[in-house]
Ligand binder design. Structure first.
Ligand SMILES: Nc1ncnc2c1ncn2[C@@H]1O[C@H](COP(=O)(O)OP(=O)(O)O)[C@@H](O)[C@H]1O
Ligand SMILES: O=c1ccn([C@H]2C[C@H](O)[C@@H](COP(=O)(O)O)O2)c(=O)[nH]1
Length: 282
């Protein structure tokens, strides 16, 4: 199954629909990581069975990337258009940090199909399709080979499940059987593959701020998003990362209020630099 999903050769397991005009986006920035302004290919590494690894999450018996457990992993979480990409861009010039943006361009152009656009047009039909692909591409973000000691990822395989799959299901837009399939996949992945996270940075915004920024960004697929959707995504983030009442946290959470204007946000990122980089010494 994993081979079919595009990870073949990397796991050493010992243990035609008419598309809307915006259907295909340029794949220009897909599959790349940024390391001090340079682009490096983000390849999946080799997975081997773990020995007894210390700290972080329990890894014994899980597949681990060859030589992994050395990188510190920081995930930038937040609502849609909260400023995550802007944050990653800011830190992309820092030596030692390799940033991996969310592979949205892949979600907009999968062999000429646009699973993101399809999902927004008809979530009941295409939610499973999109989220299956999101899960695969986010797993790749966690496992890809990087050269820097710190990996900074936009979102995570965890928020894909705990926020977006959960939202589709809870709102009645995902059939129970689709939710069950995605949940089985997620449970298998997290039970069998070591996915370390050292710090979550939560860019906390009001849904109204995101709505404003979303409209300003004007991504074609997202024009159908109402404020109510951003409110529900906000509540799911708050339950997970602030109230800690919904799903397990893979790492401690650093909250950065992010309703401020751009200049103030850049200042906030700088102010929090040491706390963020401290993840590498955990
Ligand atoms: N602090 C800010 N104030 C105003 N606009 C912002 C701010 N941060 C980001 N933006 C703009 O808002 C939009 C969404 O930001 P982006 O970083 O792409 O968010 P995300 O990656 O979370 O979706 C972009 O058009 C970006 O230029
Ligand atoms: O699991 C996921 C993750 C993201 N999405 C959607 C939400 C947005 O429309 C885009 C990502 O945008 P950001 O601007 O980076 O927040 O993808 C999803 O549906 N499912």
């Amino acid at each position: 199954m994993l081979a079919a999903a595009g990870l073949s050769g990397r796991l050493l397991v010992r243990g035609v629909r008419t598309l809307p005009p915006y259907a295909v986006s340029p794949p220009s920035l897909c599959g790349v990581a940024y390391y001090r302004g340079k682009q490096t290919p983000a390849n999946s590494g080799t997975l081997i069975p773990s020995r007894a690894l210390s700290g972080r999450q329990q890894a014994t018996g899980k597949l681990v990337r060859n030589g992994e457990d050395k990188n510190a992993v920081i995930c930038i979480e937040g609502n849609i258009a909260s400023g995550k990409t802007t944050c990653l861009e800011y830190f992309s010039n820092t030596s030692n940090i390799e940033v991996l943006t969310e592979p949205v361009c892949k979600w907009r152009n999968l062999r000429g199909h646009n699973p993101l656009g399809l999902m927004y047009q008809d979530p009941e039909r295409w939610g499973l399709t999109l989220q299956t692909y999101v899960q695969l591409t986010m797993l790749d973000r966690h496992l890809s080979t990087i050269s820097a000691p710190i990996r900074m990822i936009e979102r995570s395989i965890f928020s894909a499940k705990y926020i977006f799959v959960e939202s589709l299901f809870k709102s009645g837009k995902m059939p129970e059987v689709d939710f069950a399939v995605l949940s089985e996949w997620f449970d298998w992945i997290t039970a069998n593959i070591f996915i370390p996270v050292d710090l979550i940075v939560y860019l906390q915004t009001s849904p109204q701020t995101c709505h404003k920024r979303l409209k300003q960004r004007s991504r074609e697929e997202e024009k159908v998003i109402p404020l109510e959707y951003l409110e529900s995504i906000h509540q799911l983030h708050e339950d997970w990362l602030i109230r800690k009442s919904s799903f397990p946290l893979p790492a401690p959470v650093l909250v950065i209020p992010a309703d401020h204007d751009l200049q103030e946000m850049l200042h906030q990122f700088e102010e929090n630099r040491d706390k963020i980089l401290a993840a590498s010494s955990l």
